[in-house]
Design a protein around this ligand. Structure first.
Ligand SMILES: NC(=O)c1ccc[n+]([C@@H]2O[C@H](COP(=O)([O-])OP(=O)(O)OC[C@H]3O[C@@H](n4cnc5c(N)ncnc54)[C@H](OP(=O)(O)O)[C@@H]3O)[C@@H](O)[C@H]2O)c1
Ligand SMILES: *[C@@H]1O[C@H](CO)[C@@H](O)[C@H](O)[C@H]1NC(C)=O
Length: 254
């Protein structure tokens, strides 16, 4: 597919460039600074992509980038959620602009686009309930309002998925195409974290489920490369089993 990658200069963004190219996609990178992107990528990789400069809160510009390049899909890796419950980042404004742009571009080309967004582990449901993990450990709460925005859209507005990783660490600082990841593929599950470990501790009054979330949280650390490969691989087909849902991931090899 032809993919507009917003936030290509970020930790995940630069790895998405390499993963998307490896999976045979054409990449249009939407970044604030083309110079910065050029400095982060080997010349051989930078020369394989198109670049559009702009701010990710600018919905008009994003929509024009999608339509001008004829993109079929959008991946948003721009913005970084504030950790503290009272913290504020630009992510909600970016998310809003990207959603509007993708939606309007879909209407104009008369076919909804496929779009991947990023959130965190906290917006997944505690297994067997409809409480989010962030009800028990209230951090990175900005992802919740982003998800509510997607869920409020009419079903045919855009074909979205939200990847919900816990902490992502780098495997390597080398960006190369094709990618040579040292870790295996992720195990994924819709709406709840895959392979959740249950324990009697959940029955401890008041703090039981919070304890269990804290115990489990460390198990969901994955690598940036694994997540980039997961998204790039999903975009190989127009039909995705992750359409319209949050997606939890775990490194099954650990
Ligand atoms: N890293 C993790 O462990 C982790 C875990 C769970 C979820 N996530 C989520 O995953 C996403 C990506 O994380 P990351 O670690 O790759 O973040 P990052 O390294 O901080 O990258 C953020 C990217 O957003 C871009 N950006 C910020 N504001 C922008 C704006 N107004 N217009 C255009 N671009 C803008 C930055 O561009 P500049 O280079 O121009 O500043 C940068 O490319 C975030 O939403 C984060 O909340 C991350
Ligand atoms: C995926 O989620 C469903 C529903 O919450 C659950 O029943 C199933 O066990 C999960 N699968 C994995 C691999 O965790």
């Amino acid at each position: 597919m032809k993919v507009l990658l917003i936030g290509a200069t970020g930790n995940l963004g630069i790895r998405l460039v390499a993963a998307l190219l490896t999976h045979g996609h054409s990449v249009v990178a939407f970044v604030r600074s083309s110079k910065k992107l050029e400095s982060l990528l080997p010349a051989s990789v930078f020369h394989q992509i198109a670049v559009v400069q702009g701010d990710a809160t600018d919905a008009v510009l994003i929509k024009r980038a999608i339509l001008d390049a004829g993109c079929d899909a959008v991946v948003n890796a721009a913005g970084l959620a504030a950790m503290a419950p009272w913290g504020k980042s630009e992510l909600p404004a970016i998310f809003h602009a990207v959603v509007n742009a993708v939606r309007e571009a879909g209407m104009e080309r008369k076919k909804p686009l496929r779009a991947w967004f990023l959130a965190g582990l906290g917006v997944l449901y505690y297994p067997g309930s409809e409480s989010m993990l962030s009800d028990y450990i209230p951090i990175y709460l900005e992802h919740r309002q982003n998800l509510y925005l997607l869920r409020s859209l009419p079903p045919d507005a855009l074909d979205w998925s939200v990847l919900c990783p816990s902490t992502m660490t780098p495997e390597s600082s080398d960006i190369s195409v094709p990618t040579e990841n040292s870790c295996g593929q992720l195990i994924a599950n819709a709406t709840t974290p895959p392979l959740w470990q249950d324990s009697w501790m959940k029955h401890i009054p008041l703090i039981g489920k919070t304890l269990l979330c804290a115990m489990n949280a460390g198990r969901y650390e994955t690598t940036l490369e694994q997540n980039a490969d997961f998204v790039a691989s999903d975009l190989e087909s127009y039909e995705s089993r992750w359409s319209g849902t949050t997606v939890g991931v775990i490194d099954g090899s650990k």
